[in-house]
Design a protein around this ligand. Sequence first.
Ligand code: CU1
Length: 221
Amino acid sequence: MLALALQGLAAPAAEPAAEVVSNDFEIAGQRGRELFPMLLGQKCARFCDARAGIKPYMSIADSQADAVKGPTKALEMLALNDNLNTVIQSDAMCTRRHAMARAAGLAAGMALATVNSPGFAAETKMVKMGSDTGQLIFQPDELTICSGDTVTWTNNKGGPHNVVFDEEAIPDGVSQESISMDGQLGEEGATFSKKFDTKGDYAYYCEPHRGAGMNAALKVS
Ligand code: CU1
């Protein structure tokens, strides 16, 4: 185990390896590495993978191999490596975010099926209806989410408010009625939530305050 861990350190790419050494730590007599500090410490995020291969990551699997063994665990470690590489290499915010969440889940001992299940990495983003000072606006009025995320609108101040999507400004194939509110939110603290699966640009407004400029944009990435 130690030999394998050191193999990564002895790789020709001395530069990143030297950084990795400083993140080594001891737990219960085992040599291991902190997962995310190691990632963040990589100066050559995009290219060091090609130079150093995946050996530094494999040593994570190695350090945990004594605790849990078997083919299932091996698959999880392969998936963990895949996800970590994706975090490093991808430019897409949602791809990175999902890979990061899956890697964290696997590192925390979750099963592959769990981290791969739809919605595992999904988040809920909050939008206030009416600012704290009572301005008739959505806050934020521009929001980017990942496909599968949910938006929750809360009636904050100056209601009643609602959420009505602009039929002309939503992706093709999305039903305007299915994502818009029927009624209005009168009570402060009342909420409306919607999950967005179709990528694209959405525009919506508050019916009672549309004339006052209470409109907003949502991007599903
Ligand atoms: Cu409103």
